[in-house]
Ligand binder design. Sequence first.
Ligand code: ATP
Ligand code: MN
Length: 494
Amino acid sequence: MQFGYKTILNINYTDKMRHTKVKDLLNSTTTLHEVNAKGWVRTFRNNQFIALNDGSTIDNIQCVVDFENTADETLKRITTGAAISVTGTLIESKGAGQKFEIQVVKLEILGDSDAEKFPIQPKNKPSLDFLRENAHLRVRTNVFGAIMRVRSVLSFAVHSYFQEKGFVYVNTPVITGADAEGAGEMFQVTSLPLDDLPKNEEGSIDYKKDFFGKQTNLTVSGQLEGETFAMALGQIYTFGPTFRAENSNTSRHLAEFWMIEPEVAFNDLHDNMDLAEDFIQYVIKYTLDKCPADLKFLESRLLEEEKSKPQADRSELALLDKLNFVLENNFKRVSYTEAIAILRECTPNKKKKFSYIIDEWGADLQSEHERYLVEKHFKCPVIVYDYPANIKSFYMRLNEDGKTVAAMDILFPGIGEIVGGSQREERYDVLIEKMKVIGIDEEELWWYLDTRKFGSAVHSGFGLGFERLVLFVTGMTNIRDVIPFPRTPMNAEF
Ligand code: ATP
Ligand code: MN
């Protein structure tokens, strides 16, 4: 085969992989004499037109089969889901909607797909619920192809942002011996035989016999370890899996999710808010630039989905407008005290429409309150800061007033909390005192306390749930649809 057009398409061929990606074929600037494409059949019409998709783009390439000169046996095997290889000429398409198509000269069935059995049939549009049960195949649909490409680009954007700014990427441990973070219920890691647990003299489980000689868990956050690195490397970030055994069966919680946690020495709470805002705007911009076709597709999907909803529940902005809105507008910053004042006076609170009525300073904000602030009151992303100390974690820095901490949550429309962060308590005495009150064992966290003993300094960081970001950017509404194989209570299939 001659590959004279190599340079035109800007493709790197290896000897083994000589087919051209559908994306590159569709973006070609000229017709081409001989091309080869490999992918999966989406549809086959009139015994003639194959819509072929190879995952490189949301768009299919039309492959026109010369059915008069193709064996019936072969034509029958061109079914939805089948893997095929087509060789032919890239010609200008007469059909609407595509610039090029392949006039097929040679067609090879690489892998059959029984039309009766393949669960994903384009004719009867499968529901998201059905697709969730077929997560191994749902990625072959337009929606999930688009989501997973956007997810991939977003994760690269995360690294790109921090690397450009000189942050060091840190891999904090997945198995942790520190259970004091208190961010959520933990999954225990053990190699002890569960049907025959070794007991100590008091009759409780003898963890000295466990793999690590102590009780261990899957991490709920890399923050505490991340802080130790920030106190040496200056600016660090983690981006890895975290696990929470919280039994919250919501559309925003997973038992296994990916968290991004930057931690920066010498940053105070306001620097922290600036960083979070700048970061979110950067990754959204990056994705808008790199994934226009996928986002356009997801925008129309959302419009379609919302048609069945009452007007009041539909988004005010279409997806791309919503993303641009976040780029172009500053996040509204309000203190917890101001937020409570707004919530106390708002109509749903007075009319007792909230499940949790806000009547006093000190109340924890529930998702219904967060969404009211964002979606009804401010109508833009909101940063709430300076929360009451007793509803936040022990490591957050106590403010001068003695009753609030330098914490901040970023709340997004349709999502609620997307970021939780704080300035960390850098004063050894204050931190120890706080731990005593809450009952956290000093000895457990001896290493964490060392950072406050040796060269302690102001520092801040935050945690952003990656899937909540993907939810926002893709306009999907259930977090189970933005991670390849979701883990939720009672579900660990695949
Ligand atoms: P929420 O109140 O929504 O349960 P949280 O306050 O427990 O969240 P943090 O401990 O502050 O969450 O974690 C930091 C970020 O991680 C959150 O802002 C959110 O984006 C994300 N996150 C937390 N729990 C989950 C979860 N179970 N699934 C997916 N993302 C999560
Ligand atoms: Mn939080």
